[in-house]
Design a binder for this molecule. Structure first.
Ligand code: PGA
Length: 261
């Protein structure tokens, strides 16, 4: 992965049965039909289905990759440890073994419903890197925090607390730009149809970029910063045109091929 190409990630959340593989097939055909003159689609796609579908989708994505489509499969969460007595949990190593290339960590729904704090998110991001997966770290302010004028302080605090140091030990992750993606997702914009103004998105992404550069030096420029929260066909182009928006993390609109495309 690299910042020179946009990344459009779809988070299916707890949606998707085996029959929905047809929707995924429609996405692959649509991407193939959208290749530009050079033969490549304009953006990289990452589909994060529920865990039960990761293996099958990853196999299918592998053959699509062989025909030149930049499509990868990601998981939506992982445990921080590689293996052990954790009933019902799945490790980053298991997702790598199943063919995933990335894992979302720190989604606000995990933070809210499972009490995950920044320390846990950081441990999960480290686990992703340990397993050779790109970590897509989600962060974002609540409505109260935005209204109190604290949005930038909150997201910069989350960035500092959730981001592991440079990856070590996995040859596939040669640069931090391959190992890490950061998704700015204002909590109040997720699933609500509300989005920040383009100026607020620009300001948040510029702040996060400065945070990444102060943390990783020049390499911080190579990390993709996605915007997420009510990205739809009607607003995606405007949002993607904002400086330092390197892609999108899409929830509801990633479930239907036509919307996602
Ligand atoms: P949404 O979800 O696009 O449905 O708002 C985004 C997300 O939760 O990542």
């Amino acid at each position: 992965m690299s910042r020179t190409r946009a990344l459009i990630a779809g988070n299916w959340k707890m949606n998707g049965l085996s029959g929905d593989a047809a929707e995924f097939e429609a996405m692959l055909s649509g991407l193939a039909a959208r290749r530009d003159a050079s033969g490549a689609p304009r953006a990289d796609a990452l589909i994060c289905p529920p865990a039960t579908l990761v293996f099958g989708f990853a196999e299918r994505a592998r053959s699509a990759q062989e025909s030149g489509l930049p499509v990868a499969i990601g998981a939506q969460d992982c445990h921080a440890q590689a293996a052990g007595a954790h009933t019902g949990d799945l490790s980053a190593e298991m997702f790598a073994d199943a063919g995933a290339a990335a894992v979302i960590v720190g989604h606000s729904e995990r933070r809210a419903a499972h009490g995950e704090g920044d320390e846990t998110v950081r441990a999960k991001a480290s686990a992703a890197m340990r397993a050779g997966l790109a970590a897509v770290i989600c962060l974002g302010e609540s409505r109260e925090e935005r209204e109190a004028g604290r949005a930038l302080d909150v997201i910069l605090g989350q960035l500092a607390a959730c981001t592991p140091d440079a990856p070590s030990g996995d040859a596939r992750l040669e640069t931090i730009g391959d190992a890490l993606v950061v998704a700015y997702e204002p909590v109040w914009a997720i699933g609500t149809g509300l989005t920040p103004s383009l100026e607020d998105i620009r300001e948040a992404h510029a702040a996060l970029r400065r945070g990444l550069v102060s943390r990783f030096g020049e390499a911080g420029e190579t990390i993709r910063l996605l915007y997420g929260g009510s990205v739809k066909p009607g607003n995606a182009a405007d949002i993607l045109s904002v400086d330092d928006v390197d892609g999108a993390l899409v929830g509801g609109a990633s479930l239907k091929a036509a919307d996602f495309l």
